[in-house]
Ligand binder design. Sequence first.
Ligand code: ATP
Ligand code: MG
Length: 243
Amino acid sequence: MPLLQIDDLHTAYGRTRVHRGIELHVEAGEIVAILGPNGAGKSTLLSAIAGLIRPTGGTIVYQDQDLTGWTADRAAKVGISLVPEGRRIFQGMTVRDNLELGAYVQSDRKSVDADLDRVLEYFPILRERLDSQGSDLSGGQQQMLAIARGLMARPTLMLLDEPSLGLSPVLVKDLEAIILGLREQFGASVLLVEQNASLALAVAQRGYLMQTGSIAAEGLLDEMRETGLMRELYLGAEAAGGD
Ligand SMILES: Nc1ncnc2c1ncn2[C@@H]1O[C@H](COP(=O)(O)OP(=O)(O)OP(=O)(O)O)[C@@H](O)[C@H]1O
Ligand SMILES: [Mg+2]
């Protein structure tokens, strides 16, 4: 039984349909990539899994529980943690407060402190900046904070939405190691949405290509790289670059 199993998923914003029958799964311990052009429906899929939008059809089963139509709060409580696109941290709050907000599944001080310590071990740069405002962090540090905040919820599945967006090639390289560590150090499986195909190839074995609300291809990324579709996306990502 996979960790996450999605069958025949349909979503819509009002009368505008986005997904038309998505089939996707993530096994425990897997890092799985979703690639695809702008507007394909990648973020909307993560929103549906995280309980931010209610599907119009199909099922989302997580650890044997049908969580289709669950609230974001309940999805978080079963271990699903979304790190949204555009590193939405609280700019006017300190790094510490941002991290503690991520810990809402724990109630007692001691376990929050222990989790904070563990996460800061993993992101030493954030320990140095604990009392800085979110807005004073660099783009790369803000992305680390967004991931670190997601980890504070003790996830079993992390949903990462384009974490490499706007990062320099050096920082994208760091991100590779960070994503691999989510599995190795924190035991979290990862569903990674990326337009940077080289990052996806570096961390994930298996993946899906999404196009206008459907899965256009799936399989081992190494094999999919040979297809024209992947090449098109890959060249697109290379051309877009980063800062
Ligand atoms: N809040 C919203 N209300 C209405 N339509 C939306 C909303 N969010 C997204 N859409 C539409 O849904 C479709 C899928 O959008 P989505 O953001 O999931 O794509 P994406 O693959 O994440 O794109 P990108 O690579 O640009 O982030 C697009 O046509 C988009 O315009
Ligand atoms: Mg998106």
